[in-house]
Design a protein around this ligand. Sequence first.
Ligand SMILES: Cc1cc2nc3c(=O)[nH]c(=O)nc-3n(C[C@H](O)[C@H](O)[C@H](O)COP(=O)(O)O)c2cc1C
Length: 340
Amino acid sequence: MNKIKNLFKKTIGPKLYNKFISVVINLLGVKTLTLNTFEDAKLFYKHSMVFKQNTYNKIESKIVLHYHAIEKGFLHKNFRYRFGEDRVRDLIKLLSLDVIRQNSKKSQIASAYLAICKYYEKHESENVDISDFYKLEDYKLFKKMVTLNMTVIKDWESGSYFNAVHRDFKDFSRSRKSVRNFKEDKVSLDTIEKVIELAKNAPSVCNRQPTKVYYLENKDKIDRILNIQGGLTGYTKEINQMFVVVADRNYFYSIGERNQLYIDGGLFIMNLLYALHYYKVAACPAHWGHPIEKDKEILEVIPLLESEKVLCIIPIGFPADSFKTTLSLRRENDEILKIV
Ligand SMILES: Cc1cc2nc3c(=O)[nH]c(=O)nc-3n(C[C@H](O)[C@H](O)[C@H](O)COP(=O)(O)O)c2cc1C
């Protein structure tokens, strides 16, 4: 083998030989990347809830999507009666399934029974008829399943929202919420610099720090991005400042790291949210779980590099004088901690 290699090298010359070897290595890399990406896609196809809803976890995931939308509907200052009719119809169907009723004590199912009952009660108390899509007998059935004694939203005064930010980590962490209602006054650039300084303490793979933050306060640009993102409908008017968090692909050196940008970026985003909270700036992370076309659309608004992947947008600002946050009940430990 070595003989053939040496003969080949001698024939084409060492410079061309080295180029040839690097092309071969790159081609093998492209093959591995393609196979790995294909395997990622295959597993996503099989196990996400995009294509099938054939397992308990997938059904639960859909239920969470629906009940969270109901919770969010309760946040608005002007309650929109009959909102989310199609979701509610679907949720009624899902919450009536035997497999779901048998798991009524699981945190997310319990939360969904609570939300669907609060939805009914809100309309009943205001004499708004919803019987065309949500019948009394369904409500009665769900009411029997409710195990949580709480509300689906929490009311805040901006004065008290930051009470725990200088207490111990337990209180600090528990007190951060996604806030979607902001005052007109702007957070100063000086504070934003301090926030970024603190957020940078986030760890990253080999300290490569691939995460970058674009800061916007141009309302037109913000509105265009919010419009592309689409997940904050109903709250956009009050959003006057925003981060767009991206990760730069230049910093990843192996095919095994093809998804590392989301890990490093996610760690940074959490630290950024805590840094904002520490400096008494309210925020709501908003997803960028979009097909690649949306990454192209955002390029028309801000000059991202081709190497940069948008991970998340984060509207920020001082919280409104009074506002509401969702219950967003967390899972029980035994639903997530697996001791092996
Ligand atoms: C990656 C990510 C994307 C999110 N996207 C949205 C969004 O598009 N719209 C929205 O209103 N909230 C969004 N949220 C906020 C979640 O609804 C919120 O974090 C969750 O319900 C937990 O509530 P909490 O942040 O108040 O603890 C997002 C949160 C994360 C972490």
